[in-house]
Design a protein around this ligand. Structure first.
Ligand code: MV4
Length: 455
């Protein structure tokens, strides 16, 4: 039985996990870098262990240090959160070898789904719709061109070990293909130390819809509906919501069934997310599967009433899912805004610094997941996301009104944030009408530039 969990992360997600553990009567161990001595997660956990210098590679990515901290404190399990080591199959394998429960799927499953070409093959075999593309991973540009012509332009060139947008290029015609392929391949080599690529037909202006699943170690798999994550910039999501305005009850059931099929085909356990692209005519395609808890998990928690982090821990502990598919009812509407220490007026550059004063809103249907406090200094070493504001109401319209009102109350002094920018998005007609695709933010920024607003 899991009695003590080491949290191999920082910031708001570390706090989120500490809270779940405390409510479950599980002891917590925080790990922290030299830059995070004053961080909230360091102070809030039952125990805290310093694991190295500020740079992530020396601390939060340092597997040996984290394993040592686990063994020294006698923790039974590690929760990796998101980012850092959360989708690193070698870290999961190291946990397995040391008899530490990794709160996530097994290392083999992480590895198989981390290989995006292999994931595609698995999904094809499982009967999950995938985007027409290459059936093999490619290294030779001429062979790739032959296949690109078969697929039909435009094609998107992706790194097999990629994901989240790195090492990705679009070729609109035969003439530009070779150059784009070689550029993408170079980027992939640099970023992932691997030059294997795959191709897909490029889907223009889809929505990014992802389905949350939970799978226990006894073969039970359920889905928890979808999140619409179309509003993003440079592959960084900005506003997420559940349910999606573009998903009907019938489509939800279809995508949910596909997601469950996908998880079963992969032999998946724990919480996971299946990313789909959704076209105008309700056609949807598998893109990739994320093997971690995601930043935007709270919107799903609110419309389903299910605590995803607690379920993750229960699953890792070998227990049966607390819910059957019939127990899952999507009710109301939830929206999340990511609050970042960044300057929208200067290409969203990170703005670390000290918070001199702050006020955060509350009230019915308002949740804030954050690790900031008045007097806290945001470090330049880590991600610029400092808080998540999540709202819940009966309808999308009421949720938007609540988010707008709540954003208006936020005060964070001493640093620059994107709060006013988010506030302006909430006021837009196209946003309010739900007229959003993955290119939404590009259009908005272009329009703002023309009006000399913000940029
Ligand atoms: C695509 C696509 C269009 N067609 N694949 C971006 C990150 C990675 N998960 C895959 N991505 C895309 N793959 C095909 N075949 C468009 C994107 C894409 C995107 C996807 C979701 C959210 C935002 C995006 C922004 C640009 C491109």
């Amino acid at each position: 039985m899991i009695r003590k969990i080491l949290i191999a992360n920082r910031g708001e997600i570390a706090i989120r996990i500490i809270r779940a553990c405390r409510e479950m009567g599980i002891e917590t161990v925080a790990v922290y870098s030299e830059a995070d001595r004053q961080a909230l997660h360091t102070q809030l956990a039952d125990e805290a262990v310093c694991i190295g210098p500020a740079a992530a590679k020396d601390s939060y990515l340092n597997m040996e240090q984290i394993i040592s901290a686990t063994l020294v404190t006698g923790a039974d399990a590690i929760h990796p959160g998101f980012g850092f080591l959360s989708e690193n199959h070698r870290f999961a394998q190291l946990c397995e070898a040391c008899n530490i429960t990794f709160i996530g799927p097994d290392s083999m499953t992480i590895s198989k789904l981390g290989n995006k070409a292999m994931a595609r093959t698995t999904m094809i075999q499982a009967g999950v719709p995938v985007i027409p593309g290459s059936e093999e991973s490619l290294t030779d540009e001429n062979r790739a061109l032959t296949i690109a012509k078969e697929i039909g332009f435009p094609v998107i060139i992706k790194a097999v070990l990629g994901g989240g947008g790195k090492g990705m290029r679009v070729a609109y015609s035969e003439d530009e293909f070779i150059q784009e392929f070689l550029t993408a391949q170079k980027e992939a080599s640099m970023a992932f130390g691997d030059n294997h690529m795959y191709l897909e037909h490029f889907v223009e202006n889809p929505r990014h819809i992802e389905v949350q699943i939970l799978a226990d170690q006894h073969g039970n798999v359920i889905h928890l509906g979808e999140r619409d994550c179309s509003i993003q910039r440079n592959h960084q999501k900005m506003i997420e919501e559940s349910p999606s305005i573009a998903v009907s009850e019938e489509l939800r059931e279809k995508m949910g069934k596909a997601a469950v099929q996908a998880a079963k085909a992969a032999g998946y356990t724990n919480a996971g997310t299946i990313e789909f692209l959704l076209e105008e005519d309700e056609k949807f395609y598998f893109m990739e599967m994320n093997t971690r808890i995601q930043v935007e998990h709270p919107v799903t928690e609110w419309v389903t009433g299910i605590d995803l982090v607690k379920e993750q821990i229960r699953i890792a502990d070998g227990r049966v899912l607390s819910y059957t598919q019939d127990d899952v009812q999507i009710k109301g509407h939830a929206i999340e805004c990511r609050i970042n220490a960044e300057d929208p007026k200067h290409n969203f550059r990170p703005c670390p610094g000290t918070i001199t004063d702050m006020y955060l809103p509350g009230g019915k249907g308002i949740r804030i997941d954050s690790a900031i406090y008045s007097g806290y200094t945001i470090s330049p070493y880590y991600d610029s996301m400092i808080a998540k504001l999540i709202v819940y109401a009966k309808s999308r319209k009421e949720a938007i009104a609540k988010m707008h009102s709540a954003l208006g109350e936020v005060i964070i002094e001493g640093i620059t944030t994107n709060i006013d920018f988010l506030y302006d998005i909430l006021e837009r007609d196209d946003y309010q009408e739900g007229d959003i695709t993955i290119s939404y933010m590009d259009h908005v920024l272009e329009e703002m530039q023309e009006e000399s607003k913000w940029i």
